[in-house]
Write a protein that binds this ligand. Structure first.
Ligand SMILES: [Zn+2]
Length: 139
């Protein structure tokens, strides 16, 4: 049977069956993995980072940069419509949450104007556990 890709219909049970408890906590409960431990923090391998929840292509190695912040950082998503950005006022801060536009899973946050020497001066600070790297040539 083909998978129902209308992810807004998915129940908590379905997500829990697909994801590990750690993945579920970050992707579906907007958790954050501790800094420095994510498997892609320092990865420079060429490829495309897919959403670990739904498989959608979200980020590329060509926009990944070394921010020294402890999480994988990108200065841009693969395309603007791949992610949703919304205001997040949790933890007493005003931040901008980044979600997968395809399945509405939590990916991380985006920060602007920090002075990084990148084309956008944006830092998409994304949890490794929210993504799966597919190694392949990227143009
Ligand atoms: Zn997704």
């Amino acid at each position: 049977m083909a998978e129902n890709t209308n992810y807004s219909d998915w129940t908590e049970t379905q997500w829990r069956e697909r994801l590990s408890p750690e993945e579920y906590h970050v992707l579906r409960e907007a958790g954050t993995e501790p800094p420095g431990i994510g498997e892609y923090t320092d990865t420079t391998t060429e490829g495309v980072y897919r959403c670990r929840a739904c498989g959608e292509e979200l980020f590329r190695s060509t926009e990944k940069f070394d921010s020294h912040c402890g999480w994988p950082s990108f200065f841009s998503p693969l395309a603007g419509d791949k992610v949703i950005e919304r205001e997040d006022r949790s933890l007493g801060m005003v931040r901008t949450e980044v979600l997968c536009a395809n399945c509405n899973s939590h990916l991380g946050h985006v920060f602007a104007g920090e002075g990084y020497d990148t084309p956008t001066d944006l830092r998409y600070c994304i949890n490794s556990i929210s993504m799966t790297l597919e190694e392949k040539p990227v143009q």
